[in-house]
Design a protein around this ligand. Sequence first.
Ligand SMILES: [Zn+2]
Length: 91
Amino acid sequence: MEGLFSLLLFAVFFYVMMRFGCGAHMVHGGGHGGHEQHTAGGSTDPVCGMPVSADSGYTKVHQGTLYHFCSRNCLDKFDANPQQYVGKAQS
Ligand SMILES: [Zn+2]
């Protein structure tokens, strides 16, 4: 009698786990790796137009936006006149 009761309890516990625990997690974990490609793709050097990968080159934050540069030379050019390159990239 006692064994059957604990088995029933275990079944309810298992049901709840599947419903709100691991089971619910599996439903949401459908699409993976979407945001990884976004950062790995890198961005474009606003000065010379060359594609720069996210883990190389030079970066600078200007007005809350992170810009990537292929070389120190491009970074210096951007620093000297950021408006020229920022305006070109946004419009
Ligand atoms: Zn460049």
